[in-house]
Design a protein around this ligand. Sequence first.
Ligand code: FES
Length: 167
Amino acid sequence: MSEKKHRVSRRQFLTYTLTGVGGFMAAGMLAPMVRMALDPALEAGADSDFVSIGLSEDELSEEPQRVDFTVELDDGWYQSEQTQSAWVFRNGDEVMALSPICTHLGCTVNWGTNEDNPEEFFCPCHFGRFERDGTNIPGTPPTRPLDVYEVEVRDGMIYLGQINQRD
Ligand code: FES
């Protein structure tokens, strides 16, 4: 049985060593950068958390009431608080929460402020009108309904989640 000698030249040794050490150092530097770049995307689900609006189900009626509440925003690098609003009311058996942002050009809608149509949401900017359930009224500028919040009732208290657009 012949024994082959595998000799590594000095040049090969240096090439292997530098490639290995260089690769190890590059991975060590890139890993935190990749994690930092992807982290907010991986935690995007946090946006769908529900927050209490400090209102109980018993305090609701069929008359929409405006509620302001605070949402904590965490985009991965910064934490901040933002005040949001919703028109909340009882709609049959369900609790409904509508965004007050007009779907025409973003003004704020109010309930019952149009003397001619007191049972509607009204946008004063261009006289946009919406039914009580947020459906846009044809012939007025908005072309789609008001956005709706996801709603949960926990122990009688109302929690709102993310806002969803309707067609
Ligand atoms: S912004 Fe509301 S009708 Fe134009």
